[in-house]
Every structure is written in C-alpha cells, then in structure tokens.
Ligand binder design. Sequence first.
Ligand code: NAD
Length: 370
Amino acid sequence: MKLKILILPGDGIGVEVTREAVKVLRQVSNVYGHELDLSEGLLGGVAIQQTGTPFPDRTRELALAADATLLGAVGLPEFDNAPPEKRPERGLLGIRKALGVYANLRPVRSYRALLDSSPLKNHLVDGADLVIVRELTGGLYYGTPRGISGSGAEERAVNTMTYTRPEIDRVAHMAFQLARGRRKHVTSVDKSNVLENSQLWRRVVVEVARDYPDVTLDHILVDNCAMQLVLNPKRFDIVLTENLFGDILSDEGAVLAGSIGMLPSASLGAQKSSGARTGLYEPVHGSAPDIAGQNKANPLGAIGSVAAMLEYSFGLIEEARALNAAIEKVLDSGRTTADLKPHGKPAATSEVGDAICELVTKAYAVAEGN
Ligand code: NAD
C-alpha cells in the first residue's frame, strides 16, 4: 500500500519524538512492504520564525495533498506574550480546520508495567482500555453569539452551545464504527437532564444506534461519567461526547496511562478519494521546553500515534497491533525514558525508538517463521 504522509515536527520535543516516530514508520513500512511517500512541513513556532505565520500556505497545501498528517507538538516560550494570531498554538487550530477533522480520538489504556505510575489503585486501572471520541468542531467553542460586553456591574459574557443534527450524526457514526472493531459498546455522555443541546444529542445518537444492532449503547450524564472514569474505568469501551465535555474527560482519562508522554491522539475527518480517512495524528503532550533538545523525551505517545494512523487512516490493523505490542514489550523490558521512572538508567529518546524498531522486526520474523 502507498502511504502518503505529511510530517510536521513542530517545536521543542516535537522534533525529537517525531524523529523516532518516523524511524518506526519507515521500519514498519519496510517490514510489511508498504511504500512511503513522506513530505515535511512547518507548523507552530518554527513556522513563525521562518515564514512569519504559524500555519503557512505551503503547509496547508501539503496537508490537503497528503492522506494523513503526523504532528509533533507546537509552542515556544519566546512567543508566550505574542498576540493570539502570532502564537504557535494558532497553527493547531488552523490545520484542524483546514483538514475538516471533526472527531478527536484519544485511546486510553493501562499498561501492566506502568500500573504504579497511575495515581489510581492498581486493581482499578489494570485492564482499562477505552477510546474517548470527542466532537471537535462544534459546540461551545465555536457557537455564536459569543463575547464580552458592557462594563462595571453591567459587564456580561456570552458563549453559545450549538449543535446541528448532521454534526452529531457523523461523529456518532464514527463512534459506532470504531466500536465494531473493539468490544462493541458505546457510552454516550451528555447533560440531557439540563441542556436542550444534550437532548438533541441523545435523540440523534439513539437513532444512529439503530444502524448498528450488534453494538450496545448506554447513556451517562457527564458528571457521573467524570466519577466513573476514576471509580470503574473498565466499564467503558467507546466514550462518545461533545466538544467541551470531551476536552475535560479526555484529560481525566489521561491519568490512567501513567504519563502524559504515553498518550497518542487521532483527529479524523472524511474519507478521501484514495480510500484513506483524513487524519491528523499527534501525541497529547506539548513541546515541553523544560526538557527539549536533551534526547530524554518519551517518544511512545508519538509512536502510538503512528499505530493509530496505520489503523484509522489506512486500515492496517495487523501493523498497528504489532506496533502496540512492541510498545507494551518496551515498557515490560524497562528500557524507558526518565518520565516512566525506570529502575535502572533511563533510556534516551532515540534508544526507545531503536528498541521499538527491533521488536517490530523480530515479531514479524517470528510470525513469518523466519
Ligand atoms: P507539556 O505537555 O509540554 O509539558 C508538561 C510536563 O510534562 C513538562 O514537565 C514536560 O517535561 C512533561 N512532558 C510532556 N511530554 C513529555 C514527554 N513526551 N516525555 C517526558 N516528559 C514530557 O505542557 P506545557 O508545559 O503546559 O506546555 C509547553 C508548551 O507546549 C506550551 O507552549 C503549550 O502551549 C504547548 N502545548 C502544545 C500542545 C500541542 O502541540 N498539541 C499541547 C499542549 C501544550
């Protein structure tokens, strides 16, 4: 298969973790016989430095021409006091909008080797494996009217939570389709006891569910969901929710994995004419200026994002599984970066990338009987 991918390393540790993710992507393609067509572009602080804007037109063109985009992280301290349109983070909003990615997926799973890194009790986290599907382009973050008006005692602020039926419909379909490849259960999160928005959300999700009789559906109010995520995370398979609730719940879900450096994410849009699904893949963490340039960032969130890309954009399930298995093995072996508090000397970013490449190659050779 031909994999046409845009690489956007971005800033800080984004550059280091992306280097390892690309190394792994090359190795997987090599081993499984796929053809890679890679391009590289600028986004974030580095793009401002070189072109004056965080999301240059050239990057937009490259992103639209690619089937999938792999992003490191953006953000540089020198832009901390810059106006919003001159900040690296503006590049993220720009590329998400340009690609029309309307669903954000955050796979959250616990790893045996990291159980002690989670603040939750081992028996609660052990075996947790869920995906939060968050609607990404609607709701309170985009609704109008919005703004602050008046002054003194008359000053008031307004935001508008708005959803249309098609916006809910398409993200719900995505959640049910994903559930079919997993444990076939969707939990839809809303606040339908108070918000009309949530009442429409629930009604449309119930209607979409009729197309997927093999998938079970339940509903949970967002406040209870926040509690259940830490009391009983294993009860969840796919968690489907709107933009604001998803933003909050996905950060809560992040604690299950033990370190922010472990977490991948995928933002998905429509199917392209090539058959691939438009996707933007990035680790959840930021550019971590405190450790940038030291070869000690954990690259596993970025490498997990490659696994997500292989699965969701290209349908390469076997390759994705092999990569996730390699991540698990590296964790078991203890050859991990300092953030995971290994018993011995911490591994460097590049050593973790090398270890994953070795494991993928070995596992393939064993499977093929070589
Ligand atoms: P951060 O995620 O960059 O760092 C938070 C803490 O986690 C730091 O102590 C950092 O060293 C550690 N950390 C993060 N990723 C790690 C990894 N892979 N391995 C080991 N340790 C890791 O968040 P922050 O400090 O709040 O933000 C720094 C910059 O990143 C800011 O400019 C912010 O706007 C930007 N940011 C970008 C994104 C993105 O590109 N998607 C996301 C969040 C923050």
